[in-house]
Ligand binder design. Structure first.
Ligand code: HPA
Length: 273
């Protein structure tokens, strides 16, 4: 259990570095999608290692720092790199930064990730708006004593992916001419990619995409009353669909190829939040 005081101490240390700057929107950028942080105006970059109690990022393609600055006129906090349970973190640790961002003043969270495509009618390289998720593993960022100052013991999870923000993303995608799928993200703990049988199960369960991130952060964000927008890059067809093995190279390459489109959509959404 992480005590409330740790979140407060992280928040205070960041406030000291930020002067009067108060972010309203938090962005968590997934594998190979971190360049958006470079667009922040008057940026203040703070490596995770300089923030008390912050976990450390170990995943390749992740920079491991927070960039504060103005993006599309909005005061924002961009996480370049996130914490995954497969790195050895609990869900509570993986979601730690979200709660710190909430204490700093963020009311909205935009999360992005790369994921395997389970839906056989869709293609790698396409973008997907997350409308809901499935998590069948035991852990939750809310397991253990409830921190009432963040939210209730048994929070509703019926609208974790805020309907108004989903409508906004659909409108912006249409305006920009970016095709946008909409579907269910299923969390798998990894780090091994799923088996073909697990992917068939995911499809039967109603999943459109599978990935190893996002769900811890989104549960914590919903708990503390943040609005959430989740966007996925379908970087590869999930296991067992195509004859070749899955590789991280394929995922990062797809992320790079779709990066510009992905960033354009996120920026357009930010502007209209
Ligand atoms: N499975 C799990 N996580 C992923 C995948 C996948 O196929 N692609 C990118 N992240």
């Amino acid at each position: 259990m992480i005590p409330f005081e740790h979140y407060q101490e992280s928040c205070r240390a960041l406030e000291e570095r930020l002067g009067g700057f108060r972010p309203e929107v938090g962005l968590i950028l997934g594998s190979g999608l971190g360049e958006l942080g470079e667009l922040a105006e008057q940026p203040v970059s703070i490596p995770y290692g300089e923030i008390p109690h912050f976990p450390r990022s170990t995943a390749p393609g992740h920079k491991g720092r927070l960039v504060f600055g103005t993006l599309q006129g909005r005061p924002a906090a961009v996480m370049q790199g996130r914490f995954h349970p497969y790195e050895g973190y609990s869900f509570e640790q993986a979601a730690y930064p979200v709660r710190v961002l909430r204490l700093l003043g963020c009311q909205t969270l935009i999360v992005t990730n790369a994921a395997g495509c389970v839906n056989l009618d869709w293609n790698p390289g396409e973008l997907m708006l997350i409308c809901d998720h499935i998590k069948l593993v035991q852990d939750s960022p809310l397991r253990g004593e409830n921190l009432e100052r963040f939210g209730p013991r048994f929070p509703d999870a019926g609208q974790l992916y805020t309907p108004a923000l989903r409508a906004l993303a659909r409108r912006q995608a249409q305006r920009l001419g970016i095709p946008l799928r909409e579907g269910v993200y299923m969390y798998f703990p990894g780090p091994q990619y799923e088996t073909p049988a697990e992917i068939r199960f995911a499809r039967l369960a109603g999943a459109d995409a599978v990935g190893m991130s996002t769900v811890p952060e989104v549960i914590a964000a919903g708990h503390c009353g943040m609005r959430v927008l989740g966007l996925t890059l379908l970087s590869n067809m999930a296991a067992g669909i195509l004859p070749q093995p899955l590789s991280e190279q394929e995922v990062l390459q797809a992320a790079r190829a779709a990066g510009a489109q992905f960033s354009a959509l996120v920026l357009a959404c930010l502007k209209e939040l």
